[in-house]
Design a protein around this ligand. Structure first.
Ligand code: NOJ
Length: 513
């Protein structure tokens, strides 16, 4: 049962921007292979790669036109196979990004579905009975097909929703998940999963996993659908790992996912931590963590204290961490990210403090996300060692500031964010209480206050984590007996007169009994 997930530390690769080996200005699979040792050296043992399949790239590949073929700009299916092998040779694992909710309009299924004459794909997407019927509260694509109908959209205008049926139905064209069309869609998606798992990938990060069955306010239809996928995986690929972009772990874990992402949108309060006017992990000391913890605990309880909620450092959809946090603040933030339950996810470049590139024109449907997707900065060579293409041909403009961080510089500097993360990963991996499945109990969380403390535990091991991102010393009353300090940054938190006192901008992990 995907045991490897228990101590997985993920590195997210946005393939366009990681490493280009053929000089076209866009990253590729051989580039990823060439940097596997770098990722392993950092301590990450698992990868998540954003969609790398044939696509017109209107939404950076989240608009798939052929689920079973690697986009030529990244290489071939043979390269993918080689990547899986090279990953496994190093004792690592790899998740591909499955986009089951929608395709590109260029997908042959959609092209066939637009035809007036009924065919195998007529019900693969959700169509109203007439182009004059515009579905309520949902975007639709109209007037482009020979077929008379409006097609429901999932995201951008070129991403029609695949048909998994409706949980509550009030129009004749809304099918049940048990109807033939929706059942065939699910079978087709299982076939896609089978294809890549057979080739050697270890599982999937699933895009918009909670949105497949429509009109499903409590998620019951979508949970039932994923349970079918779970049975299929159990039978054919019991070690396949499934991580959902859902944001409701009580539902996704019921659906058979192993872990769920904490989302930066919706009610999670994730942005209170790192990305708002006064982030908690910032020295001003004006942030609040209480609302985040309240929501986190709600989900933790609802998912039977499994705590399998993955908190990413960032991803291709949000601003770079370094946009709001300075170097020291980033280090304290990583002490948090690498000591919480659930698998940590480090977004490529965050380990070297890559900055958000400002003022860019949107590339491949990224809009405000573009600045977080700029090419990796490896060294001081041309294009920071990312590509030999001329600067104008790079996928996205790089950070051009003279002091831009690079992997090489960070690795050479013992005080860098890179080395702090590396140290934190080693500490996490050496203590089972700190790993994904260790329990968590919050011991000091107050509205608008610092520090923030929790105990992670597994069997007899208990570790108190004290985080004080603020620029002022901060303390809290504590009756725990403090033991050995196993990690600290910015000075150690100490017990004085019944209080734990944490230095300004510090993180301490201490054994407690
Ligand atoms: C979530 C992905 O992370 C995002 O990049 C994409 O645009 C949407 N889903 C649509 O697939």
């Amino acid at each position: 049962m995907a045991k490897w997930l228990d101590d997985a530390i993920f590195y997210e690769i946005y393939p366009q921007s990681f490493m280009d080996t053929n000089g076209d200005g866009i990253g590729d699979f051989q580039g990823i292979i060439s940097k596997l040792d770098y990722i392993k050296e950092l301590g990450c043992n698992a990868l998540w790669i954003n969609p790398c399949f044939v696509s017109p790239f209107g939404d950076a590949g989240y608009d798939v036109a052929d689920y079973c073929k690697i986009a030529p700009r990244y290489g071939t299916n043979e390269d993918a196979k080689q990547l899986f092998e090279e990953v496994h040779k190093r004792g690592m694992h790899i998740l591909l990004d499955l986009v089951p909710g929608h395709t590109s309009i260029e997908h042959p299924w959609f092209q066939a579905s637009m035809k007036a004459e009924r065919n195998e794909y007529s019900d693969r997407y959700i169509w109203t009975d007439s182009v004059w019927e515009v579905p309520e509260n949902q975007g639709s694509l109209r007037g482009v097909s020979e077929r008379d109908g409006s097609c429901i959209l999932n995201f951008f205008i070129f991403q029609p929703a695949l048909n998994y049926g409706y949980y509550e139905r009030n129009r004749p064209w809304q099918m049940s998940p048990e109807d033939e069309g929706p059942k065939a869609t699910l079978e087709a998606m299982k076939e896609v999963m089978r294809f890549w798992l057979n080739m050697g990938c270890d599982g999937f990060r699933v895009d918009m996993a909670g949105s497949l069955v429509k009109n499903d306010p409590e998620g019951k239809g979508t949970i039932a659908l994923w349970q079918k996928v779970r049975s299929f995986l159990e039978e054919e690929f019991p070690d396949a790992a499934m991580v959902s972009e859902w944001g409701e772990p009580d539902k996704s874990l019921q659906g058979g996912f192993h872990m769920d992402f904490l989302l930066h949108f919706g009610p999670s309060h994730y942005n209170d931590l790192f990305r708002c006017e006064f982030p908690y992990f910032n020295k001003t000391g004006k942030g609040d963590i209480a609302a985040f913890v309240e929501k986190y605990l709600e989900n933790y309880e609802k998912s039977e204290k499994k705590g399998l909620i993955c908190i990413p450092s960032g991803n291709h959809d949000m601003d770079r961490l370094a946009r709001t946090l300075d170097t020291e603040e980033q280090k304290v933030a990583f002490a948090f990210l690498l000591s919480m339950p659930g698998a940590p996810f480090i977004y490529y470049g965050d380990e070297i403090g890559m900055r958000h590139v400002e003022g860019l024109v949107s590339v491949e449907g990224a809009y405000s996300r573009t600045g977080a997707r700029s090419p990796m900065q490896w060294n001081d060579e041309e294009n920071a060692g990312f590509s030999t293409a001329s600067k104008e041909k790079l996928y996205i403009k790089q950070d051009e500031t003279a002091d831009r961080p690079t992997a090489e510089k960070q690795m050479a500097d013992g005080d860098s964010v890179y080395h702090e993360i590396k140290k934190l990963i080693q500490v996490r991996q050496a203590h089972k209480a700190l790993k994904s499945k260790g329990e968590i109990e919050f011991v000091y969380v107050e509205k608008d206050a610092y520090p923030f403390a929790y105990v992670r535990s597994m069997e007899e091991e208990k570790i108190l984590v004290v985080l004080n991102p603020s620029g002022q010393e901060a303390s809290f009353a504590c009756d725990l007996e403090l033991g050995e300090v196993i990690y600290s940054f910015g000075g150690e938190a100490k017990k004085e007169d019944g209080k734990v006192v944490a230095p300004a901008c510090s993180a301490t992990f201490i054994r407690v009994s």
